[in-house]
Each structure stands twice: as C-alpha cells, then as structure tokens.
Design a protein around this ligand. Structure first.
Ligand code: SAH
Length: 359
C-alpha cells in the first residue's frame, strides 16, 4: 500500500526531475517519525533502552561520574551564569533512556535541566508523558548557552539523511532517485562530482559508492563548539564504522525485517551506518577530545552492567530469565554488543571517561 509520500515524491520527480538520495531519505524519515511510534516489538525496531532499564542506568552512571569529576569546568574558564548542567538528548524516542539515566543521576545528587531535540510531534507527546519537565528543541542552535551540557545520542545519527556519490566510467556523480514505473530507483546523476571526492578514493572502480552524512557532520561540529565554550560531553551510541571506507550502508527496516529502501518511502525506517571517524574529525576541529569508539558490550561491562543485572535478578526472582536475556541482547557479540559502538566527545578541560578501557 503506497503512502501519501509516494504520491508527493512521484509528482515532484515528474515535474522537476530526479531528486538527490539525501532529499529522498530526509523526506522519508521526516514523514516516518512524524506519523508514528516506530519502537518496540509491535513496531519496526527495538533500541537498547527499550530492551532494559539497565542501558539507561549505565548511561546515567557514566554521565553522573563525568559531571562529578569535572567539577563543572569549562576549559575556557568561562564565567557561566549557571553551574547546574543540562541533560540533552538527541532523538529521545519514547523518553525511556532519559528517564532511566536521569533517575540514576539523581541517586548521585545530579539533577540537570532536561532538554530534548526531537522532530516528531508524536514522539514529543510520548516524551512529555515521562519527562514533563523537558524543554523541546528543533535543533542544537537553541540549546541553553549558559551551562555545561551532558549530551546523549542513541540511534540518532543513523537516522539522518545521507548523500551518496557513485563512481561511473565518466567520473563521480551524486546518486539521485528517479521513478521507474511503480517504483523509485537510484541512478547516477548528471552533474560531475569529482571535486567532492577525497584523493584516497578518487580512482575507485566504477560502481563504488562514497557515503557522507552532512547533517551528522554539521551537528558534531556545532556540538563540539558548544562543549568548548560551555564544558561538557557528548556520548554517541550507534551502529557504525571506525575508518573512512567505500560502500552503501543504506537500509530499510519494517516490522523487524530488512526491506527495500526505495519502496514505500515514509512507511519504513531508513538508516545508514555512522562514520565515527568523520564525527571525531569534526569534533577535533573544535579542540574536543575523543574516546573510543569501543564496542557497546565492552562499554556496558566496564560500567558494571553485569553486577547490576545480578542485583536486579536477586530482587525479582520471577524476572531472572528476562533480565539475563536482556543483558545478553545488549552485550553479546552476536547481538548488539559489537555491532553498536560508543564514542565520547568531551571538552578539553574534562577528565578521561570510564568505560573506554583506559583505567
Ligand atoms: N534514541 C531513541 C530513539 C531512536 S529512533 C532510542 O534509543 O530508543 C530516532 C529518534 O531520532 C526518534 O526520536 C526520531 O524522531 C528522532 N529523529 C530522527 N531524525 C531527526 C531529526 N532530523 N531531527 C530531530 N529528531 C530526529
């Protein structure tokens, strides 16, 4: 069943010609997230915080530890009007991670202001049910500038629209989307794009694809600038890779299955793997320090998730199987444990974080 967006994009392509893949993915995901709650077993995909409260608790412990050891410092010794930090989450979904993390931080007497960057009205509504104290933003720009920032992004960057360049026998072209009968289809565009390709990849064979995510790069750059001025950290958890590489990672998920990303835009979740090397470069350009990426499993274990699971199992004997299965899903190598990576970005004055294998 074709959704509204199929008609809108078809008409657009008919009247103005091919659209960029980035435009296609941006429109598709905006429609997708604005019109539903995609999470959980009844939805399209399940994220770590929805598997178990232990995930958010580990994030909360990590943030509280960073905050307490930093003494709220900004590296520029700025005279910030407020020393109460802001908890900021990018794309908070149902608000589950925020709720679990903030409850845990409160146990360490860390009580930040709560700020959410969220594009979807449906999800904003769900988030306000669990965190009525939050303030919502459309972008990083309007986040408070008078206090240190404790920022978390779990499965946020992978939802941002990517651009793809494809090598052809006539040179590099942007990958665009056309209409092919009933379907959409990617094709090389007509404008030469060789100038946008780094030298290492310039001579890649025809058919090679170079993927970038300008929106993710821009947000990493902007956040690192804020961290330099205000002090703070950004914790990124996502499916991704650690070195620049070629290849398309665009995929679509619908009801927990992989499906064709060019069918029924706006009705299935489109994602691409996160280029952690690029996020790190953007942040380092503004003097931020980078830790990781490390595997999610290693990170969570270093923070004590196994001890936490044991404690929960002791206090709820009837839940033992559920808790132990949730633990495995989060940390095992054949589940989320090594597919998902964790990277920390911190302002220069802030201490080395726990969880990155340096202790
Ligand atoms: N972090 C949550 C949800 C992940 S799904 C969890 O782990 O469960 C991706 C989230 O990012 C959703 O909340 C979605 O609405 C939001 N999102 C996606 N693209 C966005 C954009 N361009 N601007 C703001 N929020 C966006």
């Amino acid at each position: 069943m074709a959704g509204d967006l199929t008609r809108t994009l078809s008409r657009l392509i008919e009247s103005t010609g091919p659209i960029s893949l980035s435009h296609f993915m941006g429109e598709a995901n905006t429609h997708y997230y604005s019109s539903r709650d995609p999470l959980g077993s009844d939805g399209d995909f399940t994220t770590a915080p929805e598997i178990s409260q232990m995930f958010g608790e580990m994030v909360g412990i990590w943030l509280a530890d960073m905050w307490l050891r930093s003494n709220g410092q900004s590296d520029k010794d700025m005279d910030l009007p407020s020393n109460r930090p802001a908890y900021v989450e990018l794309g908070p979904g149902r608000g589950t991670l925020a709720n679990d993390a903030l409850r845990t931080m409160a146990q360490f007497n860390v009580a930040p202001e709560v700020h959410f960057i969220e594009g979807s009205p449906v999800l904003r509504e769900m988030q306000s049910a669990v965190r009525p104290d939050a303030t919502w933003h459309d972008s990083v720009e309007t986040l408070p500038n008078d206090r240190p920032l404790l920022i978390v992004a779990n499965e946020f960057f992978d939802a941002l629209p990517i651009r793809q360049l494809v090598a052809t026998h006539a040179g590099w072209r942007e990958r665009v989307v056309v209409r092919d009968g009933e379907h959409f289809m990617p094709l090389p565009g007509s404008r030469p794009m060789d100038a946008a390709v780094p030298e290492t990849f310039a001579n890649a064979p025809a058919g090679s694809i170079l993927e970038t995510c300008p929106a993710a790069s821009g947000i990493a750059f902007e956040i690192a600038g804020r961290l330099a001025a205000q002090g703070g950290v950004l914790l990124v958890i996502d499916y991704g890779y650690e070195q620049d590489r070629l290849g398309s990672s665009l995929q679509a998920v619908w009801k927990h299955d992989k499906v064709d990303p060019f069918v029924d835009p706006g009705e299935r979740d489109l994602t691409a793997h996160v280029n952690f090397a690029e996020l790190a470069r953007m942040a380092q350009a503004r003097d931020a320090h980078i830790d990781g990426p490390v595997d999610q499993g290693a990170f969570l274990k270093a923070l004590g998730i196994e001890a936490r699971a044991n404690l929960l199992m002791e206090s709820a004997a009837d839940q033992q199987d559920t808790i132990s299965q949730a633990l495995q899903r989060l940390v095992d190598d054949d589940q989320m444990g090594s597919l998902f990576k964790v990277m920390a970005v911190r302002s220069a004055g802030w201490p080395e974080p726990e969880g990155f294998g340096k202790a």
